[in-house]
Design a protein around this ligand. Sequence first.
Ligand code: SAH
Length: 260
Amino acid sequence: MPRFFIEPSALRAVGGRTQVTIAGEDARHLARVLRAQPGDRITATDGRGNLYEVVLTIVTPETVRGEVLAAGPDRAEPPLKITLFQSILKGEKMDWVLQKGTEVGITAFVPFLSARTIARPAPNQYAKKQERWQSIVTAAAKQSGRGLIPPVHPVTPWPAVPPMLTDQFTLVAWEGETTRSLRQALSQREQLSAVQLVIGPEGGFASEEVSALVRQGALSVSLGPRILRAETAGPLAAGLLLYHYDALEPAPSTFASNGR
Ligand code: SAH
């Protein structure tokens, strides 16, 4: 069973027990696709670090009800929060980055347009793109057992990108960086709880773009002597960051009965 995300408002105390109500797409999915039955157990997370083991009591395509058997901490989220700023990629490549990035453990995505971005949606398509990308991330978050649904931010035109960077540690993966490796950059930070990672489009970054990011405090890093496809760089760098900061350790299962 995949994980289900519930709003804290889906929980209600009823006579000493806690009842859960699942409606909408998830109810339909449970009833129609997964053919859940009363008595089945599911795992639900509230996206805020709490995990619930739930036994289903009523299953219809409109509403699924259940009762909380056990509650505990949701250990799925990595202690290192990675925000991936990804220059928009053509077609399925962007979908791929969002899906794989979510599985690996990226916390938020910012799709942006830079000078050499090939895939340039018309401004009136931005909202639709964002919605589609969000649904890809949502599905990947459920499938991979994330503890939250990473937000996909609106399409951001380049001039807005450097000023958007917060004072978090920021890395820009630049194919033109000839000295600083990722490892060297990370050796400057023994511990890290949040990082912004900026990845260019298929055509790479214009050097002025890298300079603008560096002026905002970013460090440019090489990911090695080979040129990676744009869709490879983000998920790879995210995995390396999580590994470096010891965020890929297995979590003890919160509930004995279902392994999660
Ligand atoms: N067309 C460019 C390559 C672009 S690769 C060229 O031939 O030079 C797309 C993006 O992936 C880059 O902008 C960068 O962010 C990242 N990337 C790919 N390979 C990289 C490497 N070896 N080091 C750092 N970043 C890399």
